[in-house]
Design a protein around this ligand. Sequence first.
Ligand code: NDP
Length: 694
Amino acid sequence: MIPLEGSHPSVEETRRRQLVEVTIDSLAELGYVGTTLAQIANRAGVSPGLVAHYFGDKDGLLDAAFRSLARRVGNQVSVRLRRVSTPRGRIQAVIDANLAPEEFEQRTGTAWLAFWGQVLHVKSLRRVQSVYQQRTLSNLRSSLKKLVPADEAQRLAAMIAAMIDGVWLRAALSGWREADSESARALLTAFVDGRLSQAASSQSAPSIETPALPGSARARTSGPHGGERFASVNPATGKVLGLVTADGSAQVNAAVVAAKKGQEIWAAMTGAERARVLRRTADILRSRNRELAELETRDTGKPIQETLVVDVASGADCLEYFAGLAQSLSGEHIDLGAQAFGYTRREPLGVVAGIGAWNYPLQIACWKAAPALACGNAMIFKPAELTPFTAIKLQEILLEAGLPPGVFQVVQGFAETGRLLTRHPDIRKVSLTGEVGTGKAVMSDAAQNLKNVTLELGGKSPLIVFDDAKLDNAVAGALLANFYSSGQVCSNGTRVFVHRSIKAAFLGRLVKRVSAMRIGDPMNPETQVGALVSEQHMHKVLAYIERGRAEGARILAGGIRVTTGDLANGYFVAPTVFDNCRDDMAIVRDEIFGPVMSVLEFEDEQEVIERANATEFGLAAGVFTNDLTRAHRVIARLQAGTCWINHYNVTPIELPFGGVKLSGLGRENGRAAIEHYTQLKSVYVAMGDVDAPY
Ligand code: NDP
């Protein structure tokens, strides 16, 4: 019997264990047949009588050795199970313990193999094997039942157990050449994730209520927990997609309590363990790409051809990137001479809040959650009330991937719910994506208890096309800078400055391409321009177009709402290009957040830099030129946080993203984000005596 931790084994127990270890060595070297009592006694340097005294005969000794191996795996399973609380995490614990590196060592592995060969012939070994197998199945089944229906749980548990045995056996029979512990675990993990996501999509129970309310997205009634219930509308059809209940202070407070509990568990896990959960989340997101993209398209009105390749993928990339960083978070060592040294610890902030805008709901949730979670924080996320659905899916997927409960939670609602987060004394940071006005309100609320803030706000960014630019690239860049997601992109380059000498040619090619863009049902894969997010927003965009016309700008393309055929009830605006623009026009000054491009003319570099910088915003900027030195010279002088040379609106996760001036504070993505989700603790360590002058 293995003594309890902390108690001391007796001499007898120590001797028994010694003999068991010698038996395992012998089995590894000589196999079952070659292992005899005399041979064990000889190896252990004791008399055969003593071995017989402890174990009776050879079968007794081998039985004890087999039990010892099985118990060791059992103990490993228990230890790992104690560390996790989610069903997915518990399944992983069983896999990881059974396929741990030590089970792939030549010595242990060959001993196991010797036993498996005898199980059919030796009754006592069969008993041990059966108990071991039943325990594995029952551990798997009980966790699986929380994720899939009972009969599927039964089937899946048997499959996982069989795969564990199969992978291990194959490695053993190939002399440990064909598989190692890590790749075996990766194989099982991918299998389990695949099956679970298949099961989840076949259940497909969206946590949204069935539509009952006709009317607009802002229709409010009373919900089940007393909070207001609001309808989310498909902007392409004007039809209600589902009802959501706004969370009030009771729900936000409960979320904070759960987040604090979860955060303690999460922060105590190693970076490698956290990374694993984030990587699994990325895998599940990718495996459910189509389903999530379709939901995002219905909720936002963006074309499926965009959501299929950008929204989910960018979220998954972000999770994967920060999974990588989670394993490398560290402080530094500081040499303070012979008598002392110092070090810094990079610690999580605790519970943090994310508040999202409606243009990239899932991507924004991932861009905030990934760095926050990688650093060991818990996050409470509020999506925009216009697009509430995919954040809930992210919460489900994170749980499925093994995130402890409470570590990522979604609360729903309007600005009032957001305010409950920004003012909450136990929330240590708020990361907002939204308008400048909202940014100011959030920062002011956060100041009451000195929360950290990251603000990703609006912009009115310049895109400068010099006379030596490759024209087709510049036109393509201008299209990407204005019409992706129907122009609802914060970093859009809506002030397109084109050098006087090439403006006519630029406009000719631009208008031709804009006029050929396909506006239509966002679910149709051919559609390039979908709907704007809401009726109210569409009217705002149309009002700006009218104002541009009234102020003397000339419309070269678009400028109208599109209501043909099936689009009649949706909120579609044709991609619009204005020429004859002046810097003081409203369409050139204000963020419209719709498919409206203003083209401006310039003569020289100094002039265009000054005009490009003459705005309160500073989110992004782009330059098209073939002159290498000019490109870098101009970029260095532009007041913007995110810049492109000869491209526009590409946002790889590796590059920090964010703005200057009124466009925001802090950065998302890249290593820079780590700074915004951690705090440093400085530790002074004395190595000598304390010399006090008192
Ligand atoms: P809003 O500022 O209207 O809303 C953003 C989020 O903040 C929503 O969830 C909103 O709730 C919530 N909110 C509103 N008021 C408060 C408050 N006082 N306290 C706490 N939360 C609050 O932005 P939009 O959703 O209209 O998004 C468009 C804006 O986002 C544009 O200006 C765009 O430029 C910017 N944006 C910036 C990006 C960047 O990275 N820089 C990227 C994408 C968008 P609800 O709406 O549900 O009531």
